[in-house]
Ligand binder design. Sequence first.
Ligand code: NAD
Ligand code: ZN
Length: 359
Amino acid sequence: VEELTFERVTAEAGRVVFGDLREPSTLSDVSLQTRRPVVVQDEALEALHPYLVKDLHRGLGAAGPVISLPGSEGTKSLSTVSRLVDFFLSRTVGPDDYVVAVGGGTITDVAGFAASVTHRGLLHVRIPSTLLGQLDASIGWKTGVNHHGLKNVVGTYSVPHLTAVDVRLLSTLPAREVRSGLAEAIKVALVGSAPLFGFLEENAVGLLRRDMELLDHLAKVSVGLKLRLLDAWERHRGVAGPMSLGHTVGHAIELLSGRGLRHGEAVAVGIATAARLAAARRIIDDWTVGRITGLLTLCGLPTALPSPAPAEIEAIQARIPGFASGDRVVHRLVVPSEPGSVTALEDVTWPEIRSALSS
Ligand SMILES: NC(=O)c1ccc[n+]([C@@H]2O[C@H](COP(=O)([O-])OP(=O)(O)OC[C@H]3O[C@@H](n4cnc5c(N)ncnc54)[C@H](O)[C@@H]3O)[C@@H](O)[C@H]2O)c1
Ligand SMILES: [Zn+2]
């Protein structure tokens, strides 16, 4: 079991461990020993990994109530939070108990949020079961739900007490979800590591084939980088940090009805859009843009929003904070300058984004 730690500016700390969840030592944690877990899991895992909850209970040293929810974007809502709080209270979950969220980013986001507001904050543990969750959604301190068609507008900063990454869970993950997860790996590489970018270029095919050793290596490197980047950025909370690369445009297109984009696919379009916008300003050369869109394509990810309808364009503009009020408003946008390094532009205009989106 390898292990990484991270701390917030406040005294809260979280741990990320990598290992086999069937081994009780992977989850052993002194401060959880006297508490009772309540498991919130993706219902798809019931059939795909029938012994998972049993293994978790054994590893954590205690059993407790279990609730299953659909692992989908629609589950990330305030009504699910209300349902979870009702479930916790009906099962007499008390302030000393803790929530174990098992699933992709949708489950860990909503369960982490429900934990953080129940009894003014229960401890929570995350067991990510998607690549995107293992690389990104389960790492860090953000929880949240969507509201009125807007992504993650209700949420909290709540450090998971423990995150346990077992890449074996990915053996059942649909290919499209593997591709979606790779988009976040590409983001992390562009923000902080040229060698990771090279690793992805070299091993994209093996990763898509779900080679467990490659996935394990990717998870460790990428999580280590994300934690370092988060630490460095924590002091500037509230300002779009480097890790928002691809997400300003990504979030604006992810929930567009009719497109049915996965989170990582929307982020891929957002990354490519940011790269083209940077090229138009001569911050990045065309060859590097080609390398970025080439890697996205190699991973089976989209790099543009083909022929957007006028109503879609309007919806996207309305969903990017600032642009909602008109063309002349400028917006902060993180763009890549070369693999391993990004620049934050403070004066991006809507027409620039509009033209980079579909070209
Ligand atoms: N909190 C954060 O910092 C953060 C960061 C990045 C993304 N996110 C959020 O994460 C969400 C996306 O997460 P996601 O891509 O994991 O999606 P998801 O939770 O919707 O899961 C994707 C699909 O995979 C299925 N699934 C999960 N585990 C499986 C397994 N082991 N085998 C087979 N199928 C499995 C699910 O049932 C679902 O159909 C978005 O809502 C995004 O906003 C949050
Ligand atoms: Zn993301």
